[in-house]
Design a protein around this ligand. Structure first.
Ligand code: NDP
Length: 395
């Protein structure tokens, strides 16, 4: 039925390739393209071994719009799943417009030279996608992604009015390294070292980085310290969830991780501006990425679970209500199924489901959409069916 082109052969791209391969009736043809062809070939070999499907591979520099457009015109996919880095988003959107292909991603565009997380650059494509009668689906990972769909589901089924949302992301796993990031180190560190920000009573409130924390009881993991961060889905949920009074995002970090991060920051290793080194310019955080474990390599031997969800308060039938909608995902189970750790898995499965929604026309439209703007029901069903079952804790 559908031909899918996956761009980016990292930890998440690996999961998307495996999960698309598990649905041969929908994704009849799969092409995986990335900057380094050998990484695509390695994934294709694993997909053949574990899922019994052959996928095509291709080399592409997605920052080169002409090259990317050429690939789209040759492959003629029904949908593109962008799981390269946020820097590529606008270039891949440009290529999708030129070749007439729907677009899906999991992370909003960031300019390389400033760590800024805003939808404004991608929302500015609204008229072009609408006029081309094409769909761009933004943020189809876990957070953003599944967490936005949980909010849309709560708005549709669980509440008459929603007052507060706290998105809580816990990785209770252990990969055995002194310091490693679970997705691209450069993107991860840029995100965490930002000033915090949340939205309350129609205003954005700024906080010092990692200065606010709370202990939270995460199902499947236990009590962990979660730190307030700014995260991109806050920007779209503030627009799309009616009557909201406050929304915040929290992520857990262990003491060891925070100590390493503090040292790296103090010595300048997380800087994103170029510095002179022996007559050459290097960007410290890019150099650091080269030294840290590749997130895709963390899966073997990773133990423990992720537990991510939305705590939502409001009213239903005139009574106050509080729920936590969440998923628990086991690192070792993910490794068995698709040779990935749970952070890549919880991002790659919803990216595949986003493509499934578009390929089967369960979701359609012209323009640029955040994921919570669509009917959450078919997506929530697919989460249960394809590896990320959800639960509701009522309190
Ligand atoms: P990785 O660094 O493991 O993989 C990124 C891949 O993109 C690499 O294969 C890289 O190629 C490729 N790539 C980079 N630049 C280009 C380019 N110019 N052209 C073509 N390919 C390119 O990252 P992850 O897999 O961990 O993350 C992928 C994406 O998922 C990121 O955008 C991340 O922000 C997002 N994410 C979203 C989450 C969510 O819940 N919403 C959670 C986790 C991640 P090469 O091998 O040559 O370096």
């Amino acid at each position: 039925m559908a031909k899918v082109l996956i761009v980016g052969a990292g930890g998440v791209g690996n999961v998307v390739a495996h999960k698309c391969a598990q649905l041969p009736d929908v994704f009849t043809s799969i092409v995986l393209a990335s900057r380094t062809l050998s990484r695509c070939e390695k994934i294709a070999k694993d997909v053949a071994e574990l899922q019994g499907r052959q996928i095509e591979t291709a080399q592409v520099d997605a920052d080169d719009v002409e090259q990317m457009t050429g690939l789209l015109r040759r492959v003629k996919p029904n949908v593109v799943i962008n799981v390269a880095l946020p820097y590529q988003d606008l270039h891949i959107m440009d290529a999708c417009l030129a070749a007439g292909v729907p677009y899906i991603d999991t992370a909003n565009y960031e300019p390389k030279e400033i760590a800024k997380f805003e939808y404004k650059w991608q929302w500015a494509y609204q008229d072009r996608f609408r006029d081309a009668n094409l769909l761009a689906l933004l943020g189809s990972g876990f957070d953003p992604g599944v967490t936005n769909v949980y909010c849309a589901y709560a708005q549709k089924h669980l509440f008459d009015t929603i007052e507060t949302i706290d998105i809580l992301d816990c990785n209770g796993g252990d990969h055995g390294h002194a310091f490693a990031t679970n997705f691209n180190p450069e993107i991860n560190i840029r995100e965490i070292t930002q000033r915090g920000r949340y939205w309350e009573n129609d205003n954005w409130v700024e906080t010092d980085p990692l200065s606010i924390c709370q202990d939270y009881d995460f199902p499947g993991v236990g009590t962990r310290k979660a730190y307030l961060l700014y995260h991109e889905e806050l920007e779209s949920l503030v627009k799309n969830i009616r009557g909201l009074r406050r929304i915040r995002f929290w992520m857990t970090f262990g003491e060891q991780y925070l100590t390493h991060l503090r040292v790296l920051q103090n010595v300048g290793m997380t800087r994103i501006d170029p510095v002179d080194f022996q007559g050459n310019k290097i960007v410290p955080v890019e150099f650091l990425k080269a030294l840290l474990p590749d997130p895709a390599s963390l899966g073997a031997g990773y133990t423990g679970k992720t537990s991510i969800g939305c705590e939502i308060t409001g009213t239903k039938a005139g009574k106050p209500r509080k729920v936590f909608i969440y998923n628990v995902c086991d690192h070792a189970e993910c490794w068995k199924e698709v040779r990935a750790q749970a952070v890549s898995y919880t991002t790659g499965v919803p990216a595949m489901i986003g493509a499934l929604m578009v390929a089967t026309s369960k979701w359609s439209g012209s323009g640029v959409f955040n994921i919570e703007q669509f009917d959450p029901d078919p997506f929530m069903d697919a989460l249960n069916r394809y590896g990320l079952p959800w639960e509701i804790r009522e309190s």
